[in-house]
Design a protein. Structure first.
Length: 307
């Protein structure tokens, strides 16, 4: 397996290198520990050895094997022990671009032979994790904080509801723009015509999310007490039954929402709840980015779950 992700950070290489080369900083921006903050982490006093163990994130260790006096690369050995054993070579490459630094994070590894069929999906998932981690690293290096927090609200009841919305089948690269356009259409109509029918916060339904092919089918939706008759031609309607859901609440800029999705998925894989497989997950938006600081934005991930 080969993973290679990069980001541009508005800091000099020396500052970023000081964060990467000392594992004492990694707990702040790790894209995995968000899913299990209580996991046991052991770090050598020198900062060049890191060990973790958790029920959800598994166990393993990292060792810095080579540093650069020029702050332009850092090499590491990574060993996974659970959920299965494997080894990887990890590297960071820092390129000075004047007022900023390009940071590349790479991994060369392999899967046990009996999991060969998972190669493409594992590369895709780890690439997503690396992307999440680099965005957290960027926040931490530039502001001193990661600006992404998660609360696990666990199992709760979700009421039945009717909704109207706009559905798309697009590439994941188009999501941010398309969802902005969709809610940019829906919300003014809601306030002008249907506010009296409000039945909750706006939300999205993720009917299909193909990580490998980078395709998504979603509906940007408004929950209403009844469906109005004056809908535009491309709008769809639907109903959701009353159900139990597993809830993960994210607070912070929407660019970090994947942290909540990943954490919920890791809780699912570690059997913290049993999914309703035929019912798609949802994303609920509890405040308006037009009148709310991005640090205060709250989005809730809901995975339908068996009682």
């Amino acid at each position: 397996m080969r993973v290679d992700e990069s980001i541009v950070i508005q800091e000099k290489p020396s500052k970023i290198y000081s964060i990467l080369s000392d594992y004492h900083h990694w707990q702040t921006w790790s894209p995995w520990l968000l899913a299990e903050p209580e996991a046991k982490v052991t770090i050598a006093d020198s900062g060049d050895f890191y060990q973790w163990e958790g029920q959800i994130i598994g166990s393993g260790q990292m060792q810095i094997t080579r540093k650069s006096a020029k702050h332009d690369f850092l090499l590491m050995d990574l060993t996974f022990l659970k959920p299965w054993k494997s080894q990887a070579k990890v590297a960071f490459y820092l390129k000075d671009e004047g007022a900023s630094t390009q940071v590349r994070w790479t991994m060369d590894s392999g899967l046990p032979f009996f999991l060969f069929w998972m190669k493409k999906s594992m590369e895709a998932y780890i690439s997503q994790d690396y992307g999440r981690g680099l965005r957290l690293l960027k926040d931490f290096a530039e502001t001193g904080k990661t600006n992404s927090s998660i609360k696990f609200l666990g199992l709760k009841k979700h009421p039945a509801m009717q909704y109207l919305g706009l559905q798309r089948s697009i590439s994941t690269a188009e999501m941010e723009q398309c969802m902005g356009e969709d809610f940019g259409r829906l919300m003014p109509l809601f306030h002008q015509k249907w506010k009296a029918l409000q039945a909750g916060a706006p939300f999205s339904i993720y009917h299909k999310f193909d990580v490998v092919r980078k395709k998504v089918i979603y509906t940007a939706a408004l929950p209403l007490t009844e469906i109005p008759t004056d809908l535009e031609s491309d709008m769809i309607t639907g109903t959701l039954p009353a159900m139990q859901v597993y809830s993960v609440l994210h607070q912070g800029p929407y660019r970090h929402i994947a942290n909540a999705w990943s954490a919920a998925a890791m809780h699912l894989r570690s059997k913290q709840f049993k999914p309703l497989k035929k019912t798609p997950p949802m994303e609920v938006y509890w405040n308006n980015p037009k009148d709310t600081s991005e640090l205060e934005l709250k989005s809730e991930i809901l995975f339908p779950a068996k009682a």
